[in-house]
Write a protein of this length. Structure first.
Lengths: 392, 509
């Protein structure tokens, strides 16, 4: 009797924790929908919301790797701002072409990654302090090279990645975007096919017990939700390139985490660095690679962001690292390292963007926004740590 | 009516997916030394964690009566108040603090808002005297050996007016001499009226020290009997549920040519220049033999293996390595060693072996991903197949290879790290205390596996503090003492016995 009760309570807590991201999403959406008198859930607002959230979500993809390896990057926001300023100056003042500008941005990203990697991986300085230092240095650099002024506008081709949408291809005058619809259908079909193949394989390898009812339910639920989100774009202006970049990057890093040596090593280092070292893993090199990759993704985010806003400003990127880190933790990345997943991190960051968007719609002041966001981070970390302690 | 100081009735405790304890009953009489034995994963530590409040009320089912009072602890603090103190396998001292600070940690004597150091020091000296420990209360704990640290733990417990003292594998990292001291001390404590619960894998110790023995198996109480009614054979039968004819599988190995040789290997101590961690060590390994490395704790055995493996912070200043007869540079890092066919498994599998938060599959292939990857992408099918084969061959008890490493018992965790090592296809395998904290059944399996590997031509270097194990399993034994190779003994020519090894380990020539 009593043991059954215990087991039930335990299962309930586990289920609650596992689906906490989902529950939070529903709570936030319902709450804002009521509070904003129905403005929140409109295709227009949701499309805007996701475009605003895309920058931080991109950062979150690799921020998650940084956190999983027991590191942190507090400089992502100012790095984004700095690279944006560099790109804007090259475009406006020096009239560089789009390709050359992008190359220059990526080059500076690699420089930042090497800088972090050198101090953190090889000199064993704590990432927290190193990136805090870089945050200040880069903020200074932004003011130094940009003189604190807005620099813009960037060229039309440069802003493509930030604000352009997929064109209609077959039905030029349709009320929906046909190409986006096609991509959505193909992606969902591929997802279902690969999931089923993978599930069959895992069952035949004896890794899991067959439970097709549950699998079919999960697959249909995810497909319906994915289509629902996609239709926001399909029936508005179509997929923005920025969203496609986010989807591709998420998929790529999901693959890297699950299927590559590098991904395994990142988790091993975060889970137990000593054991990783004795297993022959080159911790220094892997850490260096994490920071270079992360810096490159931040550069990509800066290009998308600059394309959307059109001009480099001194305050660009402020607080983005905070949103990305909170998003990762909300999405199941453990701040203590060794645990996390890319898709959760992206959805978590989008949740933070929803919070931002909803609070702005409600005309809430900056002060209360800071307080609420701070408390959300606190709560997310508390849940992470408590759940980890509970499960031993 | 018996005078019980502790009664635990119908205790049941669940972990996700595992029933750790099921209806366990455990009764301890006042003033006795009560041994609690059982294989790893039998539930001993879990039971003690309930008793000491680590698992508070609500996380288990059952009833606990301490000193006639029904008790439910909300935390460790509660059980401490009731006079229960537990001393863990892993020591719970703050290494950078002094003996006195550690003894009073959490129980500081405060006068007028500040710590009363005079009284604390005075009381510390009294306690240390009682434990026959000739150290100053101001000594920093990390400067003491493991044996002395253990005594400081006991001093800490005594300081809290302990009624029930629980010792969880207290001698697992102690030398023979230190263990003997500890057992003597327990007898004294018993004479002064302290009840003691003693958990240990070392059955000879249990039989020597205890008054009553309770055996747990698979989370259930199997038997509680006076020690006088038990012997080693009956105890093992209760523990494993079957007869154990032999503890060590004997096997004869045909050693081949020397494949690994170290000459004049010297590593100075970084903190104390002029002193040596390893001092002109000469060492060789032949193909297909088991080489034992014995010695007291602190003799430098682990440091020797780690420095060869390229995993020690300090680097050798002198010395030559020959691999397959070829002279080569010392391994710069574990990667180089692994690629050259040398693998090392640490004595501390939780700290240096496993990523506890990851699943078994990830853990097992961690050191050999190169062999199953192309362009950095892992062949998951091949990985699953290799891991599945290893788990089956070594008989790892787990519902799935996707189980997290932390959910396995000690013996199964040890098998997991061994599979990990084997997948690197080593020619020379260093096993550091391969059976520490492992139950009898799993030990036997690991010995069999070692014999099998040696027959396949792998050479095994086994570092061990358990002398019977070293003597029974090794073809040759090196004895280390204070960073030096004190003796090399051949199992056939030298008639190795415990006394001989101890003689050399203590520095005899």
């Amino acid at each position: 009797m009593g043991t059954k009760k215990l087991e039930g309570a335990k299962n309930l807590t586990t289920t609650l924790y596992k689906s906490s991201l989902f529950i939070e999403l529903i709570v936030v959406f319902v709450l804002f929908q009521i509070l904003t008198d129905g403005i929140f859930i409109t295709t227009r607002n949701l499309s805007n919301l996701m475009m605003q959230g895309v920058t931080c979500s991109l950062i979150a993809v690799t921020m998650m790797l940084v956190i999983v390896s027991c590191n942190a990057d507090l400089s992502a926001g100012s790095a984004l701002g700095c690279m944006g300023t560099i790109a804007a100056i090259l475009q406006v003042t020096f009239a560089w072409g789009t390709n050359m500008t992008i190359l220059a941005v990526f080059a500076s990203a690699i420089a930042i990654g090497l800088w972090h990697g050198y101090w953190i991986a090889y000199k064993k300085l704590p990432a927290f302090i190193v990136t805090l230092a870089t945050q200040l240095v880069l903020k200074g650099l932004i003011l130094l090279i940009g003189n604190g002024a807005s620099i813009g506008p960037v060229s039309e081709s440069f802003s493509l990645m930030g604000k352009a949408y997929l064109p209609n291809v077959f039905f030029k005058n349709a009320a929906f975007n046909d190409l986006s619809l096609l991509i959505t259908i193909v992606l969902i079909a591929l997802y279902i096919v690969f999931s089923v193949i993978n599930e069959k394989k895992r069952i035949s390898q004896g890794l899991i017990q067959p439970n097709w009812k549950k699998k079919i339910a999960t697959l249909s639920a995810i497909s319906v939700v994915a289509f629902g989100i996609a239709s926001i774009f399909i029936f508005y202006k179509g997929f923005p390139y920025a969203i496609l970049i986010l989807i591709a990057l998420t998929a790529l890093f999901h693959f890297i985490v699950k299927n590559t040596k590098f991904g395994r090593y990142v988790f091993a280092i975060g889970g137990n660095a000593d054991a990783a070292r004795l297993s022959g893993i080159n911790i220094e090199r892997v850490t260096m690679e994490i920071f270079i990759l992360h810096s490159i993704v931040v550069a990509l985010a800066s290009i998308v962001y600059l394309g959307r806003v059109g001009q480099g400003t001194a305050s660009a990127g402020t607080g983005f690292e905070f949103t990305a880190i909170t998003g990762c933790v909300v999405g199941g990345t453990s701040i203590m390292g060794g645990r996390g997943n890319v898709i959760g991190a992206v959805i978590g960051t989008m949740l933070m963007a929803s919070l931002d968007n909803g609070m702005s719609l409600l005309n809430m002041g900056q002060s209360s926004q800071y307080i609420i966001k701070g408390l959300v981070l606190m709560l997310a970390i508390a849940m992470d740590v408590i759940s980890r302690n509970k499960n031993g | 009516m018996k005078d019980y100081i502790l009664q635990m009735k119908n205790i049941t405790k669940l972990f996700p997916g595992v029933k750790a304890l099921s209806d366990v009953t455990f009764n301890v009489m006042r003033g006795e030394i009560h041994a609690l034995v059982g294989e790893n994963g039998a539930g001993k530590s879990t039971l003690m964690k309930i008793l000491s409040g680590v698992y508070p009320k609500g996380e288990y089912v059952g009833e606990m009566i301490v000193d006639g009072q029904k008790q439910e602890y909300g935390s460790i603090k509660d059980s401490e108040k009731a006079g229960i103190a537990i001393i863990y396998q892993e020591l719970g001292l703050v290494n950078t603090m002094t003996v006195c600070e550690n003894i009073f940690l959490g129980n500081e004597i405060v006068k007028n808002g500040k710590i009363d150091w005079d009284t604390q020091n005075k009381k510390s000296i009294e306690l240390l005297k009682m434990l026959h420990l000739n150290e100053s209360p101001n000594t920093v704990v990390e400067q003491l050996g493991t044996g002395k640290q253990q005594l400081i733990e006991i001093a800490k417990a005594l300081n809290k007016n302990v009624k029930i003292l629980i010792l969880d594998e207290p001698t697992s990292s102690l030398t023979e001499a230190d263990s003997e001291n500890l057992l003597e001390l327990l007898r004294q404590l018993k004479a002064s009226g302290i009840t003691c619960i003693y958990i240990s894998h070392k059955l000879n110790e249990v039989l020597e020290i205890s008054d009553t023995i309770t055996v747990l198996r698979d989370g259930q109480t199997i038997v509680t009997k006076p020690t006088s009614d038990m012997n080693e054979t009956s105890l093992i039968t209760y523990m494993v549920g079957r007869n154990m004819d032999e503890c060590y599988p004997k096997a004869k190995h045909e050693a081949g040519e020397v494949i690994f040789e170290v000459k004049d290997w010297t590593v100075p101590k970084k903190k104390n220049p002029g002193q040596y961690m390893l001092n002109h060590v000469n060492f060789k390994v032949r193909r297909g033999e088991i080489v034992g490395v014995a010695g007291l704790v602190g003799a430098g055995r682990t440091e020797f293996a780690m420095s060869l493996f390229g995993a020690l912070g300090e680097k050798a200043t002198e010395g030559e390595i020959y691999l397959n007869g070829q002279k080569r540079k010392p391994f710069k890092n574990p990667r180089e060693a692994i690629n050259s066919g040398v693998m090392y498994l640490s004595e501390d599998r939780k700290r240096y072996g496993l990523v506890l938060s990851s699943d078994l599959r990830t853990n097992i292939t961690m050191a050999s991903l190169d062999k199953i990857s192309r362009m950095g992408v892992i062949d998951l099918d091949q990985e699953t197949e290799k891991v599945g084969k290893g788990i089956k061959e070594l008989n790892v008890k787990t519902p799935s290879m996707l189980q997290l490493a932390k959910n396995l018992s000690g013996g199964n965790q040890q098998k997991v790290v061994i599979i990990k090592a084997l997948l690197t296809e080593p020619a020379i395998l260093f096993l550091d205390e391969p059976t520490r904290g492992i139950d009898v059944g799993a030990k036997y399996e690991i010995y069999q596996l070692m014999n099998m590997l040696v027959d396949q031509g792998i050479s095994i270097v086994m570092i061990s503090s358990e002398l019977p194990e070293v003597i029974s399993m090794s073809d040759r034994v090196y004895v280390m003492s204070e960073g030096k190779m004190q003796a090399e003994l051949d199992s056939e020519a030298d008639n190795i016995c415990q006394e001989k090894i101890l003689y050399y380990a203590a520095g005899g020539k």
